[in-house]
Design a protein around this ligand. Structure first.
Ligand code: SF4
Ligand code: SF4
Length: 307
């Protein structure tokens, strides 16, 4: 019988666990070009008030400092494209926040993947990350051959699109990174640049100070009027630059039940959102990604688009 490589066995297990893609990248400092881009982005204030982006630069640029001894980054993508979506005329929340908080879901799966790797290589040690550490996940996803970064700054997986959470398992054994031949650019497409309501997509990356996703989730304080008037019916996040992307045209709904839109949330009318009490909010969004903005943040957003 033909011997299956460790890499192939790990990838097969990742897919069995529900990930849509899995690849391997050598753990090493990021390229000088990447470091310069990040510095430029931060130095020009594109990160808005996310002060954490200014911290731990040395760790962000070198995963071997973040996880001493790590040799390989296993990068995975988990589809969250929802089966059932909130009708266009109702208040919109970003697809990624429809269901359970993804950090836990992705990390739980990565821990299962690590347990599997231990059956192949018992001495392996690893740490799982999903937006929980200074790590340039999209950069490593490209390095691992999962896809390319589009002008909307999401990782685009050819044939699958961009509605994916990224996770990284840093392990202390060498795995063979593979070379992939895949399209690496958006070609002549500019749909996301045109569709972005606040023109937040720049040649240098997303200008978070203008981005409705940032302003409705991470931002504290009032949303400036010039952006509030562009919110349309978005009350949490913004998917516009992904919705218009042709790579998402044939996105397959996710199989992960934790990401499904709960019926009670799907049934909320505009009036219900306006009358949402703190207790009802807690009951509806316990363990949801929407907790990130908090009750006050969500209430602020609803008020902002009705100014
Ligand atoms: S999330 Fe919305 S506001 Fe932000 S860059 Fe994309 S389209 Fe523009
Ligand atoms: S909409 Fe077009 S330009 Fe924007 S990320 Fe998708 S392919 Fe690239």
């Amino acid at each position: 019988m033909e011997k299956v490589s460790t890499e192939a066995a790990i990838r097969a297990e990742a897919l069995r666990l529900g990930f849509s893609a899995c690849g391997f990248a050598k753990a090493e400092p990021v390229s000088d070009e990447m470091a310069q881009k990040l510095d430029y982005w931060v130095n020009n204030g594109y990160h808005a008030n996310m002060a954490y982006m200014e911290r731990n630069r040395h760790l962000r640029l070198d995963p071997t400092q973040l996880v001493p001894g790590c040799r390989t980054l296993i990068v995975v993508a988990l589809n969250y494209y929802p089966q059932q979506r909130i009708p266009q005329e109702e208040y919109q929340i970003a697809y990624y926040a429809y269901g359970a908080d993804y950090h836990r879901v992705v990390k739980d799966k990565l821990h299962l993947l690590l347990a599997y790797i231990k059956t192949l290589v018992p001495e392996v040690q690893g740490r799982a990350f999903c937006d929980t550490a200074p790590l340039l996940e999209r950069y490593w996803a490209v390095k691992a051959g999962l896809g390319f970064i589009g002008l909307n700054r999401t990782l685009i997986i050819p044939g699958k699109g961009s509605y994916c959470f990224l996770g990284v398992l840093a392990i202390d054994i060498d795995l063979q990174a593979e070379h992939h031949n895949m399209p690496i650019s958006c070609g002549n497409c500019k749909r996301c640049l045109i569709a972005c309501p606040t023109k937040a997509l720049t040649a240098d990356g997303i200008d978070c100070r203008r981005c409705l996703s940032y302003l409705t989730i991470e931002h504290r304080g009032e949303i400036p009027d010039e952006y509030a008037e562009k919110m349309g019916n978005r009350i949490y996040g913004c998917d516009t630059c992904q919705r218009v992307c042709p790579h998402n045209r044939n996105a397959e709904p996710a199989h992960e039940p934790a990401f499904a839109l709960p019926n009670e949330v799907a049934a909320l009318s505009r009036d219900d959102w306006h009358q949402l009490s703190p207790d009802r909010y807690k009951a509806l969004f316990k363990n949801s990604a929407i907790e990130r903005a908090g009750y006050e943040g969500l209430s602020r957003n609803i008020k902002a688009l009705n100014k």
